[in-house]
Design a binder for this molecule. Sequence first.
Ligand SMILES: Nc1nc2c(c(=O)[nH]1)N[C@H]1C(S)=C(S)[C@@H](COP(=O)(O)OP(=O)(O)OC[C@H]3O[C@@H](n4cnc5c(=O)[nH]c(N)nc54)[C@H](O)[C@@H]3O)O[C@H]1N2
Ligand SMILES: Nc1nc2c(c(=O)[nH]1)N[C@H]1C(S)=C(S)[C@@H](COP(=O)(O)OP(=O)(O)OC[C@H]3O[C@@H](n4cnc5c(=O)[nH]c(N)nc54)[C@H](O)[C@@H]3O)O[C@H]1N2
Ligand code: SF4
Ligand SMILES: [Mo]
Length: 767
Amino acid sequence: MSQTTSSTSTAPAVRTVFRTCPLCEAGCGLEITLKDDRVTRIRGDRDDVFSHGFICPKGSTLRQLHEDPDRLRKPLVKRDGVHVEVEWEEAWQTVRDGIAGVIERHGRESIAVYQGNPSAHSLSAMTFGRTLSQAVGTRQHYSASTVDQMPRQVAAAYVFGTAVSVPVPDLDRTDYLMILGGNPYASNGSLCTAPDFPGRIEAMRARGGKLVVVDPRRSRTAEEADEWLAIRPGADALFLMALVNVLFADGLADPGPRVGALLDGLDELRELSAGFPPAAVALAVGIDAATIRRMAHELAEAPTSTVYGRIGTTTTEFGTTASWLVDAVNILTGNLDRVGGAMFAMPVAGGASTRGPSGAGKPFRVGRGHSRVSGRPEVMGEYPAAVLAEEILVDDVSDGGEGGGRVRALVTVAGNPVLSTPNSEQLDVALADLEFMVSVDIYLNETTRHATVILPPPSQLQRSHYDLLLLQFAVRNVANYSPAPLPLDPGQPDEWEILAKLALLFHGAEPDADPSIADDMAIGSLVHHAVSDPSSPVHGRDADELLATLSANGRHGPERMLDLMLRTGPFGDGFGAVPGGASLDLLLDHPHGVDFGALEPRLPEILRTPSGRIELAHPVLVADVPRLAEAVDRLAGQTMVLVGRRDLRSNNSWMHNIEVLVKGTPRCTLQVHPDDAIEHGLVDGGYATVTSRVGSIEAAVEVTEAIRPGVVSLPHGWGHSMPGARLRVASERAGVNSNVLTDDEALDPLSGTSVLNGIPVTLVAVS
Ligand SMILES: Nc1nc2c(c(=O)[nH]1)N[C@H]1C(S)=C(S)[C@@H](COP(=O)(O)OP(=O)(O)OC[C@H]3O[C@@H](n4cnc5c(=O)[nH]c(N)nc54)[C@H](O)[C@@H]3O)O[C@H]1N2
Ligand SMILES: Nc1nc2c(c(=O)[nH]1)N[C@H]1C(S)=C(S)[C@@H](COP(=O)(O)OP(=O)(O)OC[C@H]3O[C@@H](n4cnc5c(=O)[nH]c(N)nc54)[C@H](O)[C@@H]3O)O[C@H]1N2
Ligand code: SF4
Ligand SMILES: [Mo]
């Protein structure tokens, strides 16, 4: 909705529009002022029902991103090793020929798909990404999930029944928050959608609440905390198991009557935890036994408390086990699914935690297929991102074949795995070896420089938005739709049209195929599904009638799908059954969003486990405990390890081409504790060669007390000096790629997620 404040024929038309920021999970409301079609100002939308005017330094740079001369406006095709701009027709023809050739030579299993993080924030990718990946017809699916949150989802799926039934801290009402491996002052929160996370923490402390941060670094969030516990990297699962031990041993374990009545596995967990008393793990964890014991008491005795684990817990060798134990602690302290504890969101646009029969469901299984080369099990339809390189490089595999053939072609959507996934140098070599690659991306960067064809979607400001994925993990139930602030450039397809058309080409269509064919098929199947699902509010209704309603006034594409999801979601209007309920029209009438209220208890309705109960001692999770026990001595003897970190002005690997975000002191530095600096002869401002099993880099040294001795930290997403990329600003402050050091063979076996924190390294001063 826009308000025109001036519109005479000579003066430029000034208007104000509202758009949710798509750059991170916080999803802040932005107020965008436009003069004709030029953005003149972006600031926080004070009337946004969720963010109330909060914005971080990245939000206002959507304008710079839109205007960035390096941002691609036309497709690129690689000719004789150089990318040249072409018209869309030619790009589509090249894609069609490339696909046809690879399928003919090697079959569909030779094509891999990698979906990156911004696709999680793109309404187009959330609605048509699946259409595309299904059309490719391969088992070779990869995504940023296996360098991120997959363990958290796997644990939730075993314990509660779906991969999105992830409890989130009830930030606005809790009395005690313990954060492990998260730094919301830099990241603005993750798997906990909460615009102005810092402000919400400050409000908690102002009402007498306590914040404890468990992190090997004294992060910005740790600085704001009442207490900082400098844990040893990779030791969170052990720390949590010791908390569980104390909760049982000291008689503090009490899930409460409601959760207790739904809980299986309490006695088993008690037995499992018996082998992990604080004294036995303190050295390995790096936190003394008395403190571990006190933490268990504080969590249990606070009026309400919630433990929240993020990337520092998931991207470790015990990622899934740590995520499970976060749930276990919240359950034992009586804080699961209650106000002020760890609660479940009720996503307005539906989602897997609201669909299907409530209370019981199908078992969550992994391993429906194994990767061809190293036999890694499929998890949630994907193989680990870390095995993509070997799937391309390794030709002959004597046994197996189960995972499909050797990868010879790749489709990337909004991903930069050459900077973002482990053992990047190997992946870089692998991508150069492909026969065909097509990337849907806004930049010619470290990954897409390998693409035969790059298909650029429009800028973020030329697209509509609704965060279908991340509102499933929000600390309030809200819904926020924004139309595109700016029109498309002439001839520019929308992102969903690119994905839909690619899907059609994979189905064998000609380059001039109309994306609306895929759109109509997709919505038809969604509506059909809804009317035949006994748990849907439109069960038994006439599919054609619903389709006609959805398509009124020419509505199509992602908007039509979103409308269906909203109307059949938990707050939906049910196509007239619930007057005033959620629909796209309702959201269009509310440009600042609609607040459906604070989180409410969802047990037992949210459960989808086969038993219909909380499976706290799921056999797969229980089976991993011996591995945890074996790690105690190894962790205790750990010497130098590498962890990551984030900066407020970065966004993984791809916002470094925005001048205002990268100017100032270089931030791609290796943080080293003063004791370690002395031991290794390193000086602040000097350089160190950092070497791991798989690679070696030279990094600028920053000596700081804000890190645990024996740990060094380097942010990821840097290393913008590769030839063939077109990132003028980023290449001037290239930094180094930390994922040259992370090891592709180091995985959490339960989820296939890479170990990105706790990488053994050696340090040598560069003279
Ligand atoms: N060592 C280490 N490595 C890490 C992490 C870490 O903590 N430590 N974090 C991991 C995490 S959590 C993540 S999510 C991954 C991210 O890994 P990826 O998702 O692979 O990488 P990104 O850096 O997010 O790159 C996003 C790509 O999308 C493009 N892009 C941006 N916007 C759009 C859009 O709207 N549409 C399309 N089609 N393309 C777009 C960008 O140009 C860029 O190429 O990195 C992981 N890597
Ligand atoms: N500004 C900015 N915001 C972002 C992003 C970004 O790149 N920049 N990326 C977005 C994405 S894709 C994601 S997934 C989220 C991630 O959001 P967060 O999970 O909050 O990520 P980080 O800020 O990297 O914080 C991780 C913390 O874990 C600590 N850590 C490392 N190893 C360990 C360990 O073994 N145990 C414990 N307890 N702590 C450890 C690190 O020191 C670091 O402080 O952020 C999102 N928001
Ligand atoms: S916190 Fe995230 S959503 Fe909010 S303005 Fe910054 S980048 Fe955008
Ligand atoms: Mo992420």
